[in-house]
Design a protein around this ligand. Structure first.
Ligand SMILES: Cc1cc2nc3c(=O)[nH]c(=O)nc-3n(C[C@H](O)[C@H](O)[C@H](O)COP(=O)(O)O)c2cc1C
Length: 191
């Protein structure tokens, strides 16, 4: 698959098979992230790979979100368990964490931007390997329980939870606004 084809045909995959993903593929995906451009070569990322029972740590965050939401209405134990199981929707979940440099001249938003470039590399690599993936954030990304369970330092942020597995659905059809609608050309042809 060439690069443009990979870029065009990559889609967020919601439904994945429980089949394990080979370690070598997970490592290729992580390596791809580390080749992202990053200003001042700070390499402002770290990764936490959740597999098997390890995914239950993320399940605890989803459970905490449910408990927060139900504070006034009471907890339904079945729904609580269902929420916790959301983390099991893929065999691999990679937390991408931005670790901005504390140096004064380095902007945290640029560090976060570099991590986003890394995530796209991960998604494209997963796609090229025949895997499905989805970048997910939502309230779990900023919840205090996430910070606590995954030992985030104060300046660190979750860039995304990247769910990865073999697709258990067909590739959804992508839809984008043509670039012509989003582009202003400033060049020699200006009058
Ligand atoms: C920063 C970011 C966060 C996202 N978070 C979620 C999410 O929480 N849940 C979800 O279903 N999709 C999430 N997505 C995936 C987008 O919904 C998806 O990329 C979009 O619908 C376009 O579809 P495509 O990826 O198949 O082209 C996120 C994407 C980005 C870039």
């Amino acid at each position: 698959m060439n690069l443009l084809e990979a870029i065009r045909t990559r889609r967020s995959i919601q439904k994945m098979k429980p089949d394990p993903v080979p370690q070598s593929m997970i490592e290729q995906i992580l390596e791809a992230a580390t080749w992202a451009p990053n200003h001042f070569l700070t390499e402002p990322w770290r990764f936490i790979v959740l597999q098997g029972e390890g995914r239950k740590q993320l399940g605890k965050v989803f459970a905490a979100l449910y408990v927060d939401k139900q504070r006034d209405e009471g907890i339904n134990p079945d729904l609580l368990e269902k929420q916790a199981e959301r983390a099991l929707r893929a065999p691999v979940v990679i937390l991408v964490i931005a670790t901005p440099s504390p140096k004064k001249h380095i902007l945290p938003r640029e560090e976060f931007a570099a991590c986003c470039a890394g995530v796209q590399n991960m998604l494209l690599t997963a796609h090229a390997l025949g895997l499905g993936a989805i970048w997910s954030t939502g309230p779990a990304a900023t919840h205090p329980r996430t910070r606590e369970l995954f030992l985030l330092e104060e300046r660190e942020e979750v860039v995304g939870f990247i769910y990865i597995g073999y697709p258990d659905q067909s590739l959804p059809k992508g839809k984008r606004t043509p670039f012509q609608h989003k582009t202003l050309w400033l060049n020699d042809k200006m009058t």
